[in-house]
Every structure is written in structure tokens, then in C-alpha cells.
Design a protein around this ligand. Structure first.
Ligand SMILES: [Zn+2]
Length: 298
């Protein structure tokens, strides 16, 4: 947890903001959370805390409720998603079974079930990682090559889920899988042909891994352009998840579903503030304030 979030989350919680949001803004909407590779102990406690405050539903139920009036969503509906497909996700599978909690995992489908590593795993420096995300795709790959990283490199350590783990999660009926591109580029920085390959082929390779239709995609880093949405539609995806802040209703654009980033460890207070969206809205608001200050020369 950063210093600012340490300082702010207990404050925001003690002010009851997350309670108020749950019972007003979130009450009739679907909140979607994004985890990556949560620690087992934290995740066990997190699920207990979330189940007491929200109704956890599969993402598919949200879509069914839009298609059919017969399917009614509970109040404070919550969907849990995981991006990338880390091997640790199989480590928390017993916790999902214990709590009987449905989730969706989005796979970097060219990297799971291999001994490759995602490019951002190589880069530990946060500021440099941010810089890399701003570069054009080819410049990013050239910069990574200078660091000694290539996408087809074979490592000794397997850090992503393998096919057997994915299969046993599919068979449980608790885990649904979606695509998260082949290699996790920042799509808006890619050429048309690279973006099309990353989106189309990740659908096919996710289907080969799960033996099930792949209808959903989550955008790497939550970044997308109109072109990327067009490619998703053409490739046959039915929905895409972003990191745009907010909650979802029956009217939310299926290719711009809103999600909130959840922590993989830390305190339950921090998790609850982030699950309520208060944290993300605070960040958006303070970002806007900073921009206003910059533009006004303050
Ligand atoms: Zn990702």
C-alpha cells in the first residue's frame, strides 16, 4: 500500500463512505472488481468480507439479466475477475470452492501454458514500466530487447497457469475464462495488424485451452481505442472489460464494461474502500484537480 492509500483508506472508511456508496450508488448496479494474483490468506478474508456486503454473481448472470427479464440481479451485485492468468490463481482455487464463489479469469493466452513470462514481469521499476506503456509497441519491444528480454524467451520458472490447471477450473463450473490478448501489448499503441492479431488469435487460443467458447476480453492495462472495439466485435467477442471507473447497469456498453481495481494483499479496509469505488473516484477527482491546477498555472 502506498503512503497516500495508508493515510486515506482508514479515513475514508471511518467516514462511512463505502457503506453509503454500497447502499446508494451500488445498490441497483453491478460492480466488477479486478484482481491479479491475490495472496491466499488475504483473499480468504476478502471473500468473507465481500460476501457479507455484496452478492457475488458470475459475469454470465449479469449478461443473462440483460437478455431476459426472467433473470433478476440481486442488489449490490458483485463480479470478481482476475487478469493475466497467474499460476497463483490455481493456489486460491480451494478458497473459491470453499466459499463457492464464481469468478472470471482473463488469460494472456500466448503466455499461459508456456515457460514464457509477460514483458512487465521483467520490469521492476514502476516509473520505467509506465514509460514503456506510453511507447509505440515496436519502441517498447526494442527497449525490452535492450534489457535482455524477448517475448519468445524460455524461462526455468513457470509463473502462469498451465492447461491442466485451467481445465480443472473449467470443470468445477466456478471459473469462466476470457481472453486478455496474446502477449499483453498496450493495444492503442499497436499497428492495426498487430492489434487484430493480438485480439483475434487470443480468442482462438483461449478456446483451445478451455475447450469452451471465448466470448469476453479484458483490455491489457484497461486501455482501448474505437479501433480495438471494432476488432473485438469482428472477432466475435460479445463484451469487453475496461478499467473505466464506475458501476454497470443494463444500459452499459458491453464493450466498455466498467471495472474497479482491487488490491491483492493489504487490509480489508482498503479492499472495501476500493470495492466501493470511493478510491477510484477520489483518484479521478484528484487527477482532474491536478490537471485544472496545471492548466491554470497554479
Ligand atoms: Zn493484464
Amino acid at each position: 500500500m502506498t503512503f497516500t492509500s495508508k493515510l486515506l483508506t482508514p479515513g475514508l472508511r471511518s467516514m462511512g463512505i463505502s457503506w453509503v456508496i454500497r447502499h446508494t450508488l451500488q445498490r441497483k448496479k453491478t460492480t466488477i472488481l479486478m484482481f491479479h494474483r491475490p495472496e491466499s490468506q488475504f483473499f480468504d478474508k476478502a471473500i468473507t468480507a465481500l460476501k457479507r456486503r455484496y452478492n457475488i454473481i458470475p459475469l454470465s448472470t449479469y449478461f443473462e439479466s440483460i437478455k431476459s427479464k426472467e433473470v433478476k440481479l440481486p442488489e449490490r451485485a458483485l463480479v470478481l475477475t482476475f487478469d493475466d492468468g497467474w499460476a497463483e490463481n490455481f493456489g486460491i482455487f480451494p478458497i473459491l470452492k470453499k466459499h463457492h464463489v464464481p469468478v472470471t479469469i482473463f488469460l494472456i493466452s500466448g503466455i499461459v501454458n508456456t515457460m514464457h513470462h509477460p514483458w512487465f514481469y521483467k520490469v521492476k521499476d514502476r516509473a520505467f514500466k509506465k514509460e514503456l506503456k506510453e511507447m509505440s509497441d515496436s519502441t517498447r519491444l526494442a527497449a525490452l530487447k535492450r534489457l535482455g528480454f524477448e517475448e519468445n524467451q524460455i524461462f526455468e520458472e513457470r509463473i502462469m497457469l498451465n492447461k491442466e490447471e485451467i481445465q480443472s477450473m473449467v470443470e468445477s463450473g466456478l471459473v469462466e475464462f476470457g481472453a486478455h490478448t496474446l502477449t499483453h501489448p498496450i493495444l492503442p499503441r499497436c499497428s492495426d495488424s498487430k492489434a487484430a492479431k493480438e485480439i483475434q488469435q487470443s480468442k482462438e487460443s483461449t478456446e483451445a485451452l478451455t475447450h469452451a467458447p471465448c466470448k469476453l476480453l479484458s483490455f491489457p492495462n484497461g486501455e482501448y481505442s474505437e479501433r480495438d472495439i471494432r476488432i473485438c466485435k469482428k472477432a466475435g467477442f460479445e463484451a469487453a472489460l475496461t478499467l473505466d471507473t464506475g458501476f454497470n447497469t443494463g444500459n452499459t456498453d458491453h464493450f466498455r464494461l466498467k471495472r474497479l481495481s482491487a488490491p491483492d494483499n493489504g487490509t480489508i479496509s482498503e479492499l472495501l474502500v476500493k470495492a466501493s469505488g470511493a478510491w477510484a473516484y477520489f483518484k479521478v477527482f484528484s487527477g482532474q484537480q491536478q490537471r485544472v491546477r496545471r492548466h491554470s498555472g497554479l
